[in-house]
Write a protein of this length. Structure first.
Length: 261
């Protein structure tokens, strides 16, 4: 009668690998949460000043005597607290994305790692750039337009909770919109779209960008143009980045297609 095998069976190896991946995922999540917590501490200490900073573009445009109001008893605390939490998440985002990158990096090839690092850095910087563009350039023009169109006899007094929601949606929209170059490179990298297709259909892309901007921004031509024009410029930058970063890959694909013909 044979004795049971004590060696490492494929099932045991797979189970051990799964457990090790879960443990690493737990550690990465804890580090990401710790980074958010560290950033949240100073944001919570200065949450009222943080809200004043976010509200400054609107306060400057309000007519004399008008103020931002709170329609809920708890809003003066909960709204700045929510803003502090969101700000902490935004500040800690590079660390959060790095932990995600460190978790998936061992499963990538060397050439994929070389491409993923600049894309990761670019995505973070472009998101911050989009949010800064919205705050410093778009908000003053947009809010001036809205204040100037207030009907006679109507006193504009915006609720602080509604204003924060409005600001966060626009900051997120512009931050995501500025990710167009990264999305373009990824589409070309995966082979989903060819460079020739991107350059040939510029007119359709421009039309699509204006349609997307119309949905993401308030219903006025100024806000729509402020989003659509930079998005198209970034689209062209994305094509240029794809040609530079994926030069070898594109040449290899061209040779493969030529051989098939």
């Amino acid at each position: 009668m044979s004795e049971p095998s004590t060696g490492n069976s494929p099932g045991n190896l797979a189970e051990g690998t799964l457990v090790s991946h879960l443990l690493e995922l737990r550690d990465r999540l804890l580090k990401a949460m710790l980074a958010v917590g560290i950033c949240f501490a100073p944001c919570a200490m200065y949450m009222n000043q943080l809200f004043s900073f976010v509200a400054k573009p609107l306060i400057k445009k309000l007519p004399a005597g008008a103020t931002i109001i709170a329609t809920s008893v708890v809003a003066p605390f909960t709204v700045p607290f929510k803003l502090a939490l969101l700000a902490a998440l935004g500040i800690a985002m590079p660390v959060v994305l790095y932990q995600a990158w460190a978790f998936v990096a061992p499963g990538l090839y060397r050439h994929e790692k070389k491409l993923a690092i600049p894309l990761l850095v670019s995505s973070v910087l472009l998101f911050y750039l989009g949010a800064a563009f919205a705050y410093y350039l778009v908000f003053p023009v947009m809010l001036s337009f809205f204040v100037s169109t207030t009907p006679a006899g109507v006193q504009m007094m915006t609720d602080m909770s509604s204003y924060l929601d409005f600001v966060m949606v626009l900051l997120l929209a512009f931050g995501v919109a500025f990710e167009v170059p990264v999305a373009t490179v990824l589409l070309v990298w995966t082979g989903f779209v060819k460079i020739s297709t991107l350059t040939k259909n510029r007119g359709f892309v421009l039309l699509g960008i204006f349609i997307v901007a119309a949905f993401l921004t308030p219903p006025d031509a100024v806000s729509q143009s402020f989003m659509a024009v930079p998005m198209y410029i970034l689209y062209e930058i994305g094509i240029l980045m794809a040609k530079l970063l994926l030069k070898d890959k594109l040449e290899a694909r061209a040779k493969e297609e030529a051989n098939q013909v």
